[in-house]
Structure formats: structure tokens, C-alpha cells
Ligand binder design. Sequence first.
Ligand code: WT7
Length: 631
Amino acid sequence: MKIESFQEYQSAYQKSVQDPASFWSDVADNFLWINRWNKVLEWDFNGPDIKWFEGGTLNITDNCLDRHLITQPDDIAYIFEPNDPEKEHVTLTYKVLHERVCRTANILKRNGVKKGDRVCIYMPMVPELTIALLACARIGAVHSVIFGGFSARSIADRINDALCKFVITADGGFRGDKQIPLKEVIDDALMGCPTVEKVMVLTHTRIPVSMLKGRDVWWEDEAKLVDSYCPSEEMNAEDPLFILYTSGSTGKPKGIVHTCGGYMVYAGYTFQNVFNYRKGEVFFCTADIGWITGHTYITYGPLLQGATTVIFEGVPTYPTPSRFWDIVERHKVNILYTAPTAIRSLMSFGTDPVKGKDLSSIRVLGSVGEPINEEAWHWFDQNIGGGNAPIVDTWWQTETGGILISPLAGITPTKPGYATLPLPGIQPVLMDEAGNEIEGNGVTGNLCIKFPWPGMLRTTYGDHERFKSTYFSAYPGYYFTGDGCLRDEDGYYRITGRVDDVINVSGHRIGTAEVENAINLHAGVVESAVVGYPHPVKGQGIYAYVIFPRIDKDAQLTRLDILQTVSRYIGAIAKPDKIVFVPGLPKTRSGKIMRRILRKIAEGDISNLGDTSTLLDPTVVQEIIKAAEAK
Ligand code: WT7
């Protein structure tokens, strides 16, 4: 299953296209199944209806944990690096991890959680977070992790969409010099969540919390009451494993649903091959488990391969901008997987923070989440990789479950800014405006995938129609990614960014409509329009045009009020970087906002605004430009 040369990659790719069922069946045979599948694949992108390994039964935690108990029980699964570098780091062997997952699974059972129930997880980046995910998987409960930076209201929306019954949280979390009062936020959220019966709380920061009688229990107390072994639940390959919410071009986040069998196969396969993981190596992915990267490449992928993974609670710049390099040195990290925004932010401190650090353990570097600019690529290559660690620029999405387009480390020749070639099993195509496939090289178009892969989403939770309209309607018969793409003369792919109303801020996906809805909740706001604009560190920044007719305080104070509103309703990650007050928005006669114009103005490029004659009131454009320049 492991590819070791470019030639092997090419033949695996060819086989995967010619005979996908036999290709994936071979890959799936490397995993532990309770019952083998009857049929590898059944699919219809028009339904849409996608099924992998039907008839197969399994439990992903048998593959992540039990299987390694025989061969490598004392190998380290996780190294926990706490926010405060002065605190002792903690290691968990596979044996210990297995026991803690089993205990937690028994706690869930004891508190009434059953197979198929949805469990919301809102936690800091501590080992108990992965334990929580795995405990759900152990008993067949469906986890829905919510990133620790989301607001009470965002949590409530997600809990109510999935009708979660149980919540796992902590008293609080540490992030640099800040403490996040997670339990307090959960308490606020749960005032509007009638389906939640119980809340389990981990002691972590030891800030005071209120524990509601009959609802809230302490994790540590419960752990004493249960057995250290819990049998794994037999799951059908197509049973849901988890839901993860992500933003789209409409206001409401969608619950992306991944299933047990296909996701397992894809997570394990891509982890091993993209990073060329070798037994015994230390892998460090800097993402948060609140995002898909942390699901697939901190939790499931590495465990499926028996890897050793660093879990880091803090931020790259605390207590100093050397923090990542200290971690690499201390734990002899071999593979470092991070985001361009982190690289750019660390670059801004120059090379001093890297000086004197022993980074010689690094063998592979990875990038994910947004296009990586050439300057950041070279800085990463030279200063962190010492010019000889391959960089894998991995393109994928919450929906895809795992990496789709990426070099294989040390195998695929890389090119700065390029995700290079599709992994085996992935058939990317570029589409033109008329909906036809663009053949040949040296072309650009909208990126679609024309054949299913095991790790793809199966639906959007509770709304299959939305699944269809979001991904399979723009180009009937194809999965539409929402990204624009270039295929160069060598057939290499370069992702150019979203072509829909989604912006990518520091590698986090944010829907412009969501931010607009939040801004519009402010009492003084009549209407708003949000677009992305190039930002030197974040990749894209959030630019908001706001109609606010009666600014009775000074404008700056009103801006702060609006930021507060957005923080309250979505979370600090969605706060606009720029707010410009405008008298009107450029609308067509049918009432549609011409975002193209707003994007140009936000970029500071007003030389070529294109045709504005179809606007209801073309003069508004000049007024917006004036307001933007005055800001
Ligand atoms: C969007 C998906 C799955 C990783 C974390 C983000 C952008 C992701 C790359 C890359 C250029 C990238 C795309 C994609 N993106 N990786 N290597 N190069 N763009 O997951 O939040 O679901 O966002 O991130 O625009 O559609 P996500």
C-alpha cells in the first residue's frame, strides 16, 4: 500500500483510474474489518448517492488502537506539549490511550449515550480531545467537534442542527497568555439547546465553573466509576462516523457527514503516502482538532498507521516566536505539517527565532489550508527544511475527508505554489463556464472531481437536498469543489482560491453571508456586504461595507460595536479586518449586490471596475470609493 517511487505512483494512479474497485479493495485489505464488504463502490453523482464497502463492518478504533496493542503497545501515540513550555510534557502509549478511550466510552454509555446519538465536543487542544473523539467512535456515537473559538450562539446552532444529546467540554483552555472559559460558553449555548441531557467536564485550567445539578458531571469522577475495557461497536461501513460543520456561500454552516469505512481507508492511506510516514517517526500537525485537518491528520490518520503525533495546545508565538522550533527540537519532529498563515506570521520575525535551534530531525514539511505564496514556500524550505526536506503542499477540503492533490513526500518533484498531482483514485477536471471539461495543459477553470473516492462526504446532515445543490448542481455529474485552478504545461495543479462567496482567513473558511448576517444583527445597521481582500499574513482578510445611517458616536466606536456583535454571534475568527461605512451598495436592477466591484475596491484596484451600467444607481460606486479611500 505504500508508494516508494514516482514510477510506483504512476502505476498506482493508472490502476486506480482503470479499475477503481480493485485498487481500493486492495487498499482496504490493509485494515481490520469485522466482515468484509460485498461491493466496493456504488455511486451516482446525480442522486447523489455514494456508498463504499457496502456490507463491510468494522470499528475504526480497532484499527487505531486494538490492532497496535499486539505489535507496539508501548510505542508512543501522543506527545502532549502544553501551552506553558515550563510544564512537563505528557506522553501516552498506545496501551494507555486504548485504556483511556475505553474508560471514556464506558462513561458515555453510563450516561445514556447510544450508537447513532450525536455528541458535541468543545475542548482545548489536549489529549482528552482525541480521546473524546475515539470514545464516541468506539461506541458508534457520532461526534460533532466545534472549534474552541466559536461563540455560544454558533455552538447552539450546531447542537440544534444535529440534535446532540451529550456535550464534552473542559473548564477552560489556554491559548498563549489567554484563557478561554469553555464551560461558561457552553453554559450560555445550552440555554437554547433542549436536546442536551448531560455535559461532561474535564478539569484543565481550574477556573471556577458552575456545575448544573443533574446535567453536569466531572470527567475525572466518572472515570473512577467505570471499567477499563469497552468492547467496540460493530459499525456498517456507511454508518456515520462524524459531523463537522463548515461554511458555505449561504448563511447557515453545513454539517459535513463522513462515514466509518471509507473515511478510515482514505485517512490511513493518505497519511501514509503523502507524508511517506516511516515507523517510529514523530509527526507534528499544528492544526486544531476543531478543523478537518486535526480530525484526519492528528486523530485518525496517524493512529491508523501506529504513528507518534505531537498535540500542541498553544500558539506559534507564545511565549516567543521560537515555539514551533523549540517543539521540533525537543521532540525531534520528523514531519511538520502547518499552514501558510503560520509560516508568514513567523517569517515576519526574521530568522533570529530559528537560530541555534536543532531542526536536523526534520525530513518532510507540509502545508495546508490556503494557497502558499512563493516567498513563504522558499522561507520554509530554506530556514526550516534546510533546503533538503520536501514540501508537500496538500490541497483538500472538509468535504473531501483527506488530501486529494499533493506531492508524495520525496517522490513527486515539487514546484513552489503547486499542489502538483492528484493522489491515486482522484480524478480532477477543470470546467469552463459552459460546463464542459477543459482538456489539455496550460489551462485554467473551475476544479471538479469526476469520480468518487472513499473519503468523500456522503451528505450534509439533515439536508440531502443541500448536499446536492451545493456540490452537484453547478456541473451535473461532477463534484464541484468551489475552487479555481490552473493546470500548467506539466499537468501540475495550482489552486488559485475560492470562486464562490467563501473566504479563507488564516486557513479558516468563512462564508461572507454568515458575517453579513452577524453584522446586520447590530441595531444600527441597515445592510452590509462582505468580501475578501489580500492580506499579507492571513492570506485573505475580511472587508465589510456597512450601511449605518446614524453614527451618533464616533465612527471608530461604532466599528468596535460591530466587531463585538460579530464576535458574539460567530466568534473572534470572523471579525472583519476593515469596516467601511457607505451610503449604499452597488446593486443590479434585480437587487443583487455586484460583489466583483466591491472586491476590486477592497483590493485597492479601481482602475478597472468593469461594466457598471447595469447598476440601479451607478453613482454609488464613486461614493463607496471615496469612503474606502477615507478609511
Ligand atoms: C478550502 C477548504 C482541508 C484543509 C483545511 C481547510 C483551501 C486548502 C489548500 C492548498 C490552496 C487550499 C481551498 C479549499 N485550501 N488547502 N494546499 N492550496 N488552497 O479545509 O476549511 O474545508 O477549506 O481551503 O480553497 O476549498 P476547509
